[in-house]
Design a protein around this ligand. Structure first.
Ligand SMILES: Cc1cc2nc3c(=O)[nH]c(=O)nc-3n(C[C@H](O)[C@H](O)[C@H](O)COP(=O)(O)O)c2cc1C
Length: 196
């Protein structure tokens, strides 16, 4: 069974991101074909990249890097839940991505984004380029939530619509499908890169 990790990229106090991340996880609990897990980067608590060698060399010196490497290595696919900071990827998410290389390779990725008018679309467009460089398989499936703050109740809780639930179902199914299919294929792909 494939393991898909849902990664919440916002770490700031009072972040909205925890709401869609927990909601996605709740929806995922109803999917029985694949396994899903939520990673909150706030708990992972990585400092700004502090390894002396580039991640492609995989010569990690810090315990936090080794732990993060393990968390990503064991996953078969990812769903990034992200806001948009100044038309791009929140720094905490970019930093966490930059820490590693091989661990991301040959794994599918899809996106849930939120923000004002563009609903986080520009952050996701940037993520697609970044994930390509990491040899990830970027899926078209995406849930975009524009002007999310117009859909909060008096307690600040977001009202997720049926359309959101339909779209997330598609994301979970497609990401799980490819996570499963690529499990064996990625071993062969890694071997192609080994020096002979
Ligand atoms: C540093 C910063 C930059 C922002 N830039 C954008 C932006 O470019 N586009 C946008 O739609 N919203 C932007 N916003 C508003 C965010 O969409 C909104 O604050 C959202 O709640 C951020 O996600 P978070 O609460 O999970 O951190 C920005 C917010 C912050 C804190």
């Amino acid at each position: 069974m494939a393991l898909v990790k849902i990664i919440l990229g916002s770490t700031r106090p009072n972040r909205f991101g925890i709401q869609p991340a927990e909601w996605v996880m709740k929806q995922a609990e109803q999917v029985t074909e694949h396994q899903f897990e939520l990673i909150d980067l706030k708990d992972v608590d990585l400092p700004l990249l502090d390894e002396p060698t580039p991640p492609m060399m995989r010569q990690y010196t810090k315990d936090h890097t080794k732990a993060w490497s393990q968390m990503i290595e064991e996953a078969d696919g990812f769903i990034f839940v992200t806001g948009e900071y100044n038309h791009s990827v929140p720094a905490a998410l970019k930093n966490a991505i930059d820490y590693l290389f091989e661990e991301w390779n040959y794994k599918p990725v899809s996106y849930v984004s939120y923000g004002s008018l563009a609903g986080g679309a520009r952050a996701v467009e940037h993520l697609r380029g970044i994930c390509g460089e990491l040899r990830m398989y970027d899926l078209r499936e995406q849930l975009l939530m524009p002007d999310y703050y117009h859909h909060l109740d008096e307690e600040g809780l977001h009202k997720f619509e049926d359309s959101h639930a339909e779209q997330i179902q598609l994301i979970l199914d497609h990401t799980g499908f490819w996570a499963d299919k690529l499990k064996d294929a990625r071993k062969e792909l890694h071997e192609m890169n080994e020096p002979t």
